[in-house]
Design a protein around this ligand. Structure first.
Ligand code: S3P
Length: 442
């Protein structure tokens, strides 16, 4: 890995990936779930008393959430890199931050905290990096305004920073225009502070970690398919006062695809969260002919976890659309790498949300993968990949997108020659030790 200074004085890291000299073998553990880590910290900051969280994700984004919660008056003590205790002053115990809440590049931090701050009778200003300033915020601001919060934002109320004056919220009956767990969670958090119940209708099911945690805290929440009804709360009670975060399926996804496409490989990824609202990638890969098994399924902090065993396989193209999209929304960059090695066409539709992720993932995937020889056609709401293509090493750019960076690294394992990835530092957003884990199975 090479570090070099950029014109704005920040450091850019360049990662070089050599083709895998032989099959991948071994058992690995990937880091903790990013989505669940954010939520565990936010809910612990509202729940009565002290909560211990084990296996908290150590990353730029999840630490941004901790910093913001501290600025809102929550006491957080780190015992080691991944274990912490959060002491809360209860549901109504947050206080006005003296400074801007800096969410770094984390969309989850900004959107979930927008919901939390909408419930508070004080001023909060949420800001982030240049990359975050491009992410759409009207999707949270509009329903929160409809509940009674005052929210000002750039570009006619649509882009960060957000200035929120909350409190005195009313319940809402709201149909989400997009299936987004971030938007759903923001409204659920605000709804805890409203004076009447809130009903939400999702167009299709998105990840349900917030619902699971709220139910575990004694919140009155009813879920019937894509309809949710939540009552305002007077307190949150965390029954165990300790929770262990499962390992992240979205981080496991890079190694699932790596083991599938590097011939003769067999790996096991231990104790991974396998919540069905997250594992659409497995369904798509199984249709493509993948050899994947989930073993030793048990429950950890209200979430199913299991060991995922993968053997390399000959893949064939498939189609992904409709309700499957939110169930694998973060996995399209790595799914695209699998598709380049599959026989025939892989078609992704209804995935226009990919355009507003950490990068415009339809455009960045197409641009970067073409540099490695992939046949990829960009569509307004997805892409078509024709395979199998022998990839070749190239100089590619991560485009400030951690999932794109790691997907290109996996592509590099099956490419001819060296792959050079510029902007590798963004991997710290979710998976700082990716390269060490990859080295361990090569
Ligand atoms: C997340 C939800 C998804 C996902 C993001 C994390 C969450 O975003 O892409 O990485 O933790 O709720 P959307 O809900 O906007 O689809």
């Amino acid at each position: 890995m090479l570090r070099c200074a950029q014109h704005d004085n920040s450091e850019m890291t360049i990662q070089t990936i050599q083709p895998a000299p032989h099959a991948l073998h071994g058992s690995i553990r990937v880091p903790a779930d990013k989505s669940i880590s954010h939520r565990a910290a936010i809910l612990a900051s509202l729940a009565d008393g002290k909560t211990r969280i084990e296996n908290y994700l150590q990353s730029e984004t999840t630490h941004a959430t901790l910093d913001c919660l501290r600025a809102l008056g929550t006491e957080i003590e780190m015992h080691d890199a991944t274990t912490l205790s959060i002491r809360s002053r209860g549901l109504r115990g947050l206080s006005e931050p003296k400074d801007v809440l800096f969410c770094k590049g984390s969309g989850t931090t900004m959107r979930l905290l927008a919901g939390l701050c909408a419930g508070q009778d004080f001023l909060s200003i949420l800001d982030g990096t240049h990359a975050l300033k491009r992410r759409p915020m009207a999707r949270v601001a509009e329903p929160l305004r409809a509940m009674g919060a005052t929210i000002l934002a750039r570009d006619n109320g649509k882009l960060p920073p957000l200035a929120i004056r909350g409190g005195k919220l009313h319940g809402l009956d709201y149909a989400l225009p997009v299936a987004s767990a971030q938007v759903k969670s923001a409204i659920l958090l605000a709804a805890l502070f409203a004076d009447s119940p809130t009903t939400l209708h999702e167009p299709s099911a998105s990840r349900d970690h917030t619902e699971r945690m709220l139910l575990a805290c004694g919140v009155k929440l009813q879920v019937a398919g894509c309809k949710l009804q939540i009552e305002p709360a007077t307190e949150l009670r965390i029954t165990h006062h300790a929770s262990r975060i499962p390992n992240d399926f979205s981080s496991a996804a890079f190694f699932i695809v790596a083991a599938l496409i590097v011939p003769q490989s067999e790996i096991c990824i231990e104790r991974v969260g396998v919540n069905e609202t997250r594992t659409g990638l497995l369904d798509a890969l199984l249709r493509m002919g993948a050899h994947i098994k989930i073993e030793n399924v048990s429950e950890e902090s209200g979430e199913p976890v299991g060991d995922i065993v993968i053997q390399s396989a000959e893949l064939r193209g498939t189609q992904v659309h409709g309700d499957e999209i939110p169930r694998m929304i973060d996995e399209f960059p790595i799914f695209a790498i699998a598709a380049t090695q599959a026989q025939g066409e892989t078609i992704v539709r209804d995935a226009q949300e990919l355009r507003v992720k950490e990068s415009d993932r339809i455009a960045t995937l197409a641009n970067e993968l073409r540099k490695m020889g992939a046949q990829i056609e960009e569509r307004a709401d997805g892409f078509v990949i024709t395979g199998p293509t022998p990839l070749h090493g190239a100089r590619v750019a991560a485009q400030s997108d951690h999932r794109l960076a790691m997907s290109l690294a996996v592509a590099g394992l099956v490419a001819r020659g060296e792959t050079i990835i510029e902007g590798w530092e963004c991997v710290a957003d979710s998976f700082p030790n990716f390269d060490k884990i990859l080295e361990g199975i090569r």
